[in-house]
Design a protein around this ligand. Structure first.
Ligand SMILES: [Ca+2]
Ligand SMILES: [Ca+2]
Length: 66
């Protein structure tokens, strides 16, 4: 680089952060929206998956106590 346009001098895979959310454009699913950087579907699935796991653990735990 050398023109100081690299927002990630220590990261060879990233050179720009257009929306300034700290996630480089290449790994930013929404390079023009600072409020979003992950795929929304992925995050929802992770949260839903976590809730399902917690419910399963609670059900298993309460069944064992009977
Ligand atoms: Ca970004
Ligand atoms: Ca973004």
């Amino acid at each position: 680089m050398g023109d100081n346009s690299d927002a990630f001098p220590s990261d060879v895979s990233e050179t720009q952060d257009t929306d300034g959310d700290g996630v480089g454009d290449n790994s930013d699913a929404y390079p023009y929206d600072a409020a979003l950087w992950d795929e929304k579907v992925d995050r929802t699935m992770v949260i839903l998956g976590g809730i399902v796991v917690v419910l399963l653990v609670l059900v298993t735990y309460s069944e064992r106590r009977k």
